[in-house]
Design a protein around this ligand. Structure first.
Ligand SMILES: Nc1ncnc2c1ncn2[C@@H]1O[C@H](COP(=O)(O)OP(=O)(O)OP(=O)(O)O)[C@@H](O)[C@H]1O
Ligand SMILES: [Mg+2]
Length: 557
């Protein structure tokens, strides 16, 4: 509508001016002047409405895209995040989405405007003078060339800019996460210099893109005014010859002006479009990652409910499992079984592959050969939800969210009743510490609240897993930050939990090893020995050595 009114404006001018020439009185001028004012008002109103609608559409698409990217990221396996840059993912989910939104908002209205204005003006102009119309479009090939060249050159520059944004976001994120370490090692200046280098590169790349844009604008301006000059010269002659009225002449210049504006914006829109293409590609990179775990399993299996599973049947079993991270072999020929009621300890030197065994059970990674089974069913054939509902994990590295202590405890069971949360806090020797927090169990943890000690965090993680339930409990070094006395109490709690599940406990602590039903010694990706503490001691070997070292250490302590 707005554009419809816009093309009427030069026509009104034509009528107004021609009426002066024809009648020589000023009477009708009021009418034409008022018409111009009303038309521009109407056009303004129409522009407002259109833009609002298109902006809404752009926001809506950006909103959907952000949600889609986020939920897709949730579904991707840890192996994806091993290789991905956090900052880069962040910039793809924010700055790239913004690029797409800008394009939708601005280009749609501009393209519509150009399309309509061109066809309408072309018709109206050629009705007045076809020679002059031809002349008005004489410089179009140059315009077309400029546009194509611009499009071609701006795209790689935008890609470079967006990539650099990703790198900077990664640097920033890493820096903030490691700020304590940086300050402790006095690396502030090195880090600042490193950031400055990245920032400088961003500046350089952005300037390269800006230079391209800067060439475009004056070229377009020149094309517009040069056309105006040609019309002045040729149209002026036509007016003198009487083949064109003065009003038509003015209207022509009006139309050229009318077309010049969207053409100038066209450059900007093209640059937006190129940026949007780059951004969409970067978003598509994420969305096209297929989460392997949610691939539909052929003929899905379900496992028997815990209650009916017999004691003699292993809950989890590894059958000759080999595993490699990105082609680097880590585990070889791992075979083990865990039955309900068993507390199995896994021990061995650092880097042996103990944590990796845990990852395979929760199916954070997939085996390269052999099978991991839950109740006799290959975990790759189980719906992931079903599997993870039955497996609770305490990772080696504790992670707490910036929510209250209670919410952290109930993270896997948001519906857990307050008594259950309290009981678990008691069982994990947390209750006294929690009582001492400013707001008790509702105290916020992390960025907006208090910082827990290493040992407190570890116990919160243990409590969280115990509350989550399941049939398999994997504890990765859960006592590394806990004193001997607390360790003993926690062991009691874990023993109780082990009555109706399998507990796999990765540890080096002698007390814990002694308490286990069975110990597996893992070294260099293999199970070296297996047995109770007494049996393994009798065998000597690696276990004997580990034990001897620790006894010496404890007697010194
Ligand atoms: N996400 C990963 N990507 C690639 N390699 C990994 C990854 N995680 C671990 N590794 C490698 O796999 C090997 C085994 O690691 P794992 O974490 O299982 O050792 P661990 O026995 O738990 O050691 P620790 O007692 O120190 O915790 C190591 O050499 C490690 O470098
Ligand atoms: Mg480990």
């Amino acid at each position: 509508m707005a554009n419809g009114l816009a093309v009427l404006i030069p026509l009104t001018f034509r009528e107004g001016i021609d009426s002066i020439v024809r009648h020589g009185t000023s009477a009708p001028l009021y009418f034409y002047a008022l018409a111009v004012i009303l038309l521009t008002l109407g056009k303004g109103w129409g522009d407002y409405l259109t833009h609002q609608r298109i902006a809404g559409m752009g926001q809506r698409i950006a909103y959907d895209l952000r949600n889609q990217i986020f939920s897709h990221l949730q579904s991707l396996p840890p192996s994806f995040f091993d290789r991905a840059n956090t900052g880069d993912l962040m910039s793809r989910s924010t700055s790239d989405v913004e690029g797409v939104r800008m394009f939708i908002t601005w280009s749609l209205s501009t393209i519509l405007e150009i399309f309509f204005l061109f066809s309408a003006s072309l018709v109206l102009m050629s009705l007045m003078s076809w020679q002059l119309t031809l002349l008005s479009f004489a410089l179009f090939p140059i315009l077309g060339y400029t546009v194509m060249r611009f499009r071609h050159r701006i795209r790689p520059r935008y890609l470079a800019v967006q990539e650099q944004y990703g790198q900077m976001a990664t640097a920033l994120q890493e820096n903030l996460a490691g700020i304590r370490l940086i300050q402790a090692y006095q690396q502030e200046q090195t880090e600042t210099a490193r950031f400055r280098d990245l920032n400088e590169e961003l500046f350089r790349r952005s300037m390269a893109a800006a230079r391209e844009r800067a060439i475009y604008l004056p070229t377009m301006y020149w094309l517009g005014t040069a056309t105006g000059g040609m019309i002045l010269w040729f149209g002026g002659h036509q007016v003198i010859a009487g083949t064109l009225t003065l009003g038509e002449f003015v209207a022509f210049i009006g139309y050229v002006g009318l077309l010049a504006r969207p053409l100038t914006i066209l450059g900007w829109v093209i640059s937006l479009a190129q940026r949007a293409v780059v951004s969409l590609g970067r978003i598509e990179d994420i969305l096209s990652m297929v989460p392997p775990a949610t691939r539909p399993a052929q003929g899905e299996f379900t496992v028997p409910p815990a209650a009916t599973a017999g004691r003699e049947q292993p809950v989890i079993a590894f059958e000759a499992v080999d595993f490699a991270y990105n082609g680097r072999p880590i585990l070889r020929g791992i075979t083990l079984q865990g039955r309900r009621g068993e507390l199995i300890a896994i021990t061995g030197p650092s880097g042996a592959g103990k944590s990796t065994i845990g990852h395979l059970i929760a199916r954070l990674y997939d085996v390269s050969a052999g099978k991991v089974m839950l109740h006799g069913v290959d975990v790759r054939q189980l719906p992931l939800q079903e599997l993870r509902r039955r497996v609770a994990v305490v990772p080696q590295e504790t992670f707490l969210f910036s929510v209250s202590v209670a919410e952290n405890l109930a993270y896997g069971r948001p519906d857990a009743p307050a008594q259950a949360i309290q009981r678990i806090a008691h069982d994990t020797c947390l209750w006294d510490s929690i009582q001492a927090f400013p707001q008790g169990i509702s105290t916020l943890v992390g960025e907006r609240g208090i910082t827990l000690s290493g040992g407190q965090k570890q116990r919160v993680a243990l409590a969280r897993a115990l509350l989550y339930g399941g049939e398999v409990l994997i504890l990765d070094d859960p006592f590394s930050n806990v004193d001997a006395e607390t360790e003993e109490q926690l062991l009691g709690t874990i023993r109780t939990a082990a009555r109706d599940r399998v507990v796999l406990l990765i540890t080096h602590r002698i007390k814990t090893l002694q308490a286990a039903d069975r110990i597996m010694v893992v070294a260099d990706g293999r199970i070296l020995a297996e047995g109770t503490h007494q049996q393994l001691l009798a065998q000597g070997g690696l276990y004997g050595e580990l034990y001897a070292h620790q006894c010496v250490r404890e007697s010194l302590a």
